[in-house]
Every structure is written in structure tokens, then in C-alpha cells.
Design a protein around this ligand. Structure first.
Ligand code: OGA
Ligand code: MN
Length: 223
């Protein structure tokens, strides 16, 4: 029998249980998890095509929280972002994959993750995001950060690494090359991190799994 797939069918990404299992294990034991070549290839290609099909006008200067002030902001981060709302097929497929991961982590780690928000980010050559945390204890409902890189053929010379630090000592824990398909997860409140300047355009998706946020007194970076 011939199966005909039309263009507008959403291909639900295949779920790799062993990847999800490794993520759960790493998060439970060290609070972060890094996997090269990890995102399903179809999904990765779809996202890569989509990010390059968008015009520069889709990307807006990123904020750093409620007190966002462009003067201060540009010393902290220089990237531009575009929130993913599921309007595109690529966006839908990405949100479906993140949803599978959310449910897996809730079943295995009892994190009580309730929702997910994410954006594409574009760092032009020289752009950076200085050391920061994605959430502060008691002030945010962001629990787990997820980053995926959309940069084929990235080499060491291209730089632009993500550096993750130990919270108390500020020792460098790990330096991640933003290669195509690498995914990074870490507990949002526990790991200061920064994005070093790159010598070429750098594309990523950054996302946050959240708990239901009643009683939270700080608004996260505006969308
Ligand atoms: C962020 C972030 C890391 C990266 O957007 O908060 O830390 O490597 N991104 O793009
Ligand atoms: Mn961050």
C-alpha cells in the first residue's frame, strides 16, 4: 500500500526514550545534561530551514526582565529573539517534542512541570550574553532550561561557546560548542552561564519548562 504524505501533515518527531532517560538521570544526579547530535534529524532540519526562512524583521532585541532598559540590557546581552508560538509546522513539531520530554520528566523526576515557553535566538558575530541565571529562587517559575543549537559545520574557531559555571565557586563546569543538534538542559536556578561571542552567525532555541506560577512575585523576561 502506498502512503501519501501531504506537505501540511505534522510529522510528530520520533521519541528517543534512551535520550530522555539519560536526561532524567543527568538532571537527577548533576543538575545538567548535554547531548551532541541529540535532536531527531527531521525535527532539526525542519527547525533549521524555518529559522533561515524567517526575515530579520521577525527577530527582536531580547529583554532581561521586568526592569528591562535598553541601555543596561545591551551590556548584558546582544542577541535577538523570536518567540515560538506553534504557528509554523516546525514550531508545532518542536513544541510537540518538548511536550513529550516534559511528560517524561514529570513521570520520572516528579518535577511537576506545567508549561513550556521558547524562542529562537540569533547572535550576530560578536554578540554575547554575559553570565546570568535564568531564574532566581522564589522569584520565578522557570525550573528547567533547554537549549538546542541550529548551526551546521560549527568549528572551534567559530567560538560562541556556552559556558556553564558552578553556582557557589563560579568554577567553570563545562563549555559547550553550539553544534547542529546538540541539546543542553540545566536546572534554571542552579547554574550561572554565559554565551561567548562567535565569529559567525549563531542560531539556537532557548526554552524553559515552568511550574504553575501562583504566588510568584517577579515577571520573567518579557515575551
Ligand atoms: C539564554 C541562554 C544560551 C545559548 O537564552 O538564556 O542562556 O547557548 N542561551 O544560546
Ligand atoms: Mn540563559
Amino acid at each position: 500500500m502506498n502512503v501519501v504524505l501531504t506537505e501540511d501533515v505534522i510529522h510528530l518527531p520520533q521519541v528517543d526514550e534512551s535520550l530522555f532517560d539519560a536526561i532524567a538521570e543527568n538532571i537527577a544526579h548533576q543538575g545538567y545534561s548535554i547531548h551532541p547530535n541529540a535532536l531527531p534529524t527531521d525535527l532539526l532540519n525542519q527547525l533549521h530551514q524555518h529559522v533561515h526562512s524567517m526575515s530579520d524583521g521577525n527577530f527582536k532585541r531580547a529583554g532581561i526582565g521586568r526592569e528591562d532598559n535598553l541601555m543596561l540590557n545591551q551590556f548584558v546581552r546582544k542577541d535577538e529573539v523570536c518567540w515560538i508560538n506553534g504557528e509554523s509546522l516546525a514550531g508545532k513539531a518542536w513544541l510537540a517534542w518538548a511536550d513529550e520530554l516534559q511528560h517524561y520528566l514529570n513521570r520520572h523526576l516528579f518535577l511537576g512541570l506545567f508549561s513550556f515557553e521558547s524562542h529562537f535566538a540569533h547572535y550576530s558575530p560578536g554578540d554575547f550574553y554575559k553570565t546570568h541565571k535564568d531564574a532566581f529562587k522564589g522569584e520565578s517559575n522557570r525550573i528547567l532550561s533547554l537549549v538546542v543549537y541550529l548551526n551546521p559545520d560549527w568549528t572551534k574557531e567559530d567560538q560562541g561557546e556556552l559556558v556553564i559555571y558552578q553556582d557557589d565557586t563560579r568554577d567553570e563546569l563545562v563549555r559547550v560548542t553550539p553544534s547542529f543538534g546538540t541539546i543542553v538542559l540545566f536546572l534554571s536556578e542552579d547554574f550561572p552561564h554565559e554565551v561567548l561571542p562567535a565569529t559567525r552567525d549563531r542560531y539556537s532555541i532557548a526554552g524553559w519548562f515552568r511550574v504553575n506560577g501562583s504566588g510568584i512575585n517577579r515577571v520573567d523576561p518579557p515575551r
